[in-house]
Design a protein around this ligand. Structure first.
Ligand code: GCU
Length: 338
C-alpha cells in the first residue's frame, strides 16, 4: 500500500512540475512563490459532502491567499487508509487529512469522550460544541508536541446506525452473535459488545468486500457512507439504532501550520470556518439523497424502539470516562451542549 501511495505522490509532483513549466494546466495549478501546494487525504468518494466542502475550501483558500496556498483533495483512500494518513501527516509527507475521531483515540484517549454514545443530540449541536476552542482547545493542542499534528477542526459524521445482510434490527436478539465491522477503536469494540454483537475492526475501504464475502454480517455508519461506498448493495437492512453522532477531524502537519504568517493563518482559518459551515449545510440534503438512492437500489430502512439499546449504551461513559482530564472534558461538552 505504501508503495502505491508514494507512486501517487510522485505522479502528483510530476504533474505540478509540468504545469509550472507551462506543460500542464498553464501554471494555474501551482502555488505562488513562498506558498505551497497542499495535499489532503480523504477516504470518501467525490460525491460525499466532505469532498465537496473540502474542494470548495481549496478554491476559497486559493483566492483568499492570493494563490499562495492550494489544496488538492485525494479521495477514495488514494493516499492511504486513515491510520496511514495520520503517519503521513505526522511526517509531513501529506499536509492534511480527514480522519475519524476514533483514530485519534489511539493518540490521546481523551478523544474517546467525543465519540461516546449520548454525547450529542444533533449534527448542528455537535459541530458548535466540538469547534468551540473553549471546550476542545486543550484537547486539540495535545497532539502538537508529541505527534506534530494540528487538529484544525471538525466535520460531522451525523448519526451512525447498524445495517445487516440478514434483516432489520427490532430487538437485541437480532444482533446476537452477528459479526459487525467497527472502526479501529477500543470504545467501538466495547460498544458493539454491549449491544450484544461481535465486533470486527477494519479500515473503511475493506468493508464492502468483507460484507460481500460474508466475513462480516453487518456494519454501522451514517446513510451518506452507506450509499456512497455502496454498502447498501451488499447489506440491505439499515436499522436506526442511532447509537452515536460521529465526528471527523481535519488534521494538519503542525510545523506547516505554525510556519504560516499571521496573514496566511487568518486566510486559512477564515476559509476553513466557511468550509465546515458549508459541510453542515450539505449534510442533511446529502442524507436525504442517500436514503432515496439506496432505497431505489433495494435498501430497506427501519426504526428501532429507543429503549432496545439505551441502557447498554449508557454504560459506556462510566467505563470510558475515568481519568480527571476525560471527566473534565465530558462535563465541558455536556455543559456547552445544553
Ligand atoms: C464515516 C466517517 C469516516 C470513517 C468511516 C468509517 O464515513 O466519515 O471518517 O472513516 O465512517 O466507518 O470508517
Amino acid at each position: 500500500m505504501m508503495r502505491k501511495i508514494i507512486a501517487t505522490l510522485a505522479a502528483g509532483a510530476v504533474a505540478l512540475t509540468l504545469s509550472a513549466c507551462g506543460g500542464g494546466a498553464g501554471g494555474t495549478n501551482t502555488a505562488a512563490a513562498g506558498g505551497k501546494n497542499m495535499r489532503l487525504s480523504l477516504n470518501q468518494t467525490k460525491e460525499h459532502p466532505s469532498f465537496v466542502a473540502l474542494d470548495n475550501w481549496g478554491k476559497a483558500l486559493d483566492k483568499e491567499s492570493g494563490s499562495k496556498y492550494k489544496i488538492q483533495v485525494y479521495p477514495n483512500e488514494t493516499l492511504g487508509k486513515q491510520a496511514e494518513a495520520i503517519q503521513l501527516v505526522k511526517a509531513g509527507t501529506v499536509d492534511l487529512a480527514i480522519v475519524s475521531g476514533t483514530q485519534l483515540e489511539n493518540l490521546n484517549k481523551d478523544f474517546t469522550v467525543l465519540n461516546l454514545p449520548n454525547m450529542f443530540t444533533s449534527a448542528e449541536q455537535q459541530i458548535k460544541v466540538v469547534n468551540d476552542p473553549a471546550v476542545t482547545g486543550d484537547l486539540f493542542k495535545s497532539l502538537e508536541a508529541n505527534n506534530k499534528i494540528k487538529v484544525v477542526g471538525a466535520f460531522t459524521q451525523g448519526a451512525r446506525n447498524i445495517y445487516l445482510k440478514s434483516g432489520p434490527v427490532k430487538t437485541k436478539a437480532d444482533l446476537a452473535g452477528k459479526k459487525i465491522r467497527v472502526q479501529e477503536s477500543e470504545m467501538m469494540l466495547a460498544m458493539i459488545r454491549a449491544m450484544g454483537a461481535s465486533p470486527t475492526p477494519m479500515a473503511y475501504g475493506e468493508v464492502y468486500t468483507a460484507l460481500q464475502s460474508g466475513v462480516i454480517d453487518g456494519a454501522e455508519n451514517n446513510e451518506v457512507s452507506y450509499y456512497t461506498v455502496k454498502h447498501f448493495e451488499v447489506a440491505k437492512f439499515y436499522s436506526y439504532t442511532k447509537h452515536l453522532v460521529g465526528v471527523d477531524y481535519l488534521i494538519m502537519n503542525a510545523d506547516l501550520y505554525n510556519k504560516l504568517s499571521a496573514a496566511d493563518k487568518a486566510a486559512f482559518d477564515k476559509t476553513w470556518k466557511a468550509a465546515y459551515t458549508e459541510h453542515l449545510q450539505l449534510w442533511n440534503k446529502s442524507t436525504q439523497d442517500a436514503i432515496t438512492k439506496a432505497k431505489a437500489g433495494g435498501a430497506q430502512f427501519s426504526e428501532v424502539p429507543a429503549d432496545v439499546f439505551a441502557a447498554d449504551l449508557d454504560k459506556l461513559a462510566t467505563q470510558f470516562v475515568t481519568t480527571d482530564s476525560a471527566k473534565k472534558l465530558y462535563d465541558a461538552v455536556k455543559a456547552a451542549g445544553k
